[in-house]
Design a protein around this ligand. Structure first.
Ligand SMILES: [Zn+2]
Length: 271
């Protein structure tokens, strides 16, 4: 397998994967979405809430606020030694919020949340939680724990993880009349006209919709849009809790663990 990085930053990773197949790509995608753990607020104890939003709505908004995750220092609640419903310092982070609108209406942002562990904080300071009118107050204690996307979307470390086949486009050489219909219809602006010929300017933008082939007045069209069956373009967008490459690494590790477990079980059955 060969991996080539197209784009990489704190939240986005775009790679080309060659010599792979659909089952593997899909397994990694599904593990990234549903199994790779991340931190999210699970319980909120409301001490005072005189805002117009109900406790449940504020708790829901807090739950969906992405938190920076530290997978090394915390255990998943189910596997933590404490086996306690309330958790222990190894499987729970306490966050507090104490906000009051003293001088008139104001918005409470995620940046006002205080954590017992400065590593586990909202990924952005600018997520609005509630708007308070003058003299309204919001005071609460929240408990964040690790969890998996399969039990709630708030524990999904990626907002998007998708792959597509690597496109393969053959542009017409002489049979084309240069009507430029394929260029106009393409929603991804894959083609340009160069010296009265259709050429590909952005191959990876192609999402194989085939609109260009259908728009071509010539039947069969001299324009061919195909794909490589063993090469993929994979796009991963992290919520900010974990770097996107870490999410994919964890997904690969989980797949390995599951296969090892399967191998152990089948060995045990044979004996
Ligand atoms: Zn614990």
């Amino acid at each position: 397998m060969k991996i080539e990085i197209l784009e990489k930053n704190d939240t986005n990773l775009r790679i080309i994967v060659r010599d792979a197949d659909v089952p593997l790509m899909n397994a990694l995608r599904r593990l990234a979405l549903a199994e790779v753990p991340c931190m999210a607020i699970e319980e909120v104890v409301m001490i005072e809430n005189s805002s117009i939003l109900q406790d449940e709505i504020i708790a829901h908004r807090l739950g969906l606020t992405p938190l920076r995750t530290d997978l090394e220092s915390y255990n998943l609640p189910g596997v933590c030694e404490c086996q306690s419903e309330f958790g222990c310092p190894q499987c729970r982070v306490t966050l507090t919020l104490d906000a009051e609108a003293k001088d008139g209406t104001r918005t409470v942002y995620s940046g006002e949340i205080v954590s017992e562990n400065p590593e586990i904080l909202p990924v952005s300071d600018k997520i609005p939680i509630v708007k308070l009118a003058k003299n309204q107050k919001l005071k609460l204690e929240a408990y964040a724990r690790l969890g998996r996307g399969k039990s709630h979307a708030k524990w999904q470390p990626v907002s998007m993880c998708a792959y597509k086949y690597y496109p393969q486009i053959t542009t017409p050489t002489e049979k084309c009349e240069g009507c430029s219909k394929c260029i106009d219809i393409c929603p991804k602006k894959v083609f340009v006209m160069k010296d009265a010929k259709v050429v590909v300017s952005d191959l990876l933008a192609c999402n194989l919709c085939m609109d260009c082939v259908e728009a071509c007045p010539k039947k069969p069209s001299p324009l061919k849009v195909e794909w490589e069956t063993n090469a993929f373009v994979m796009n991963t967008e992290s919520t900010g809790g974990l770097p996107p490459e870490r999410v994919l690494r964890e997904a690969a590790k989980l797949l390995g663990n599951q296969l090892n477990e399967f191998e152990e079980q089948i060995k045990a059955e044979q004996q």
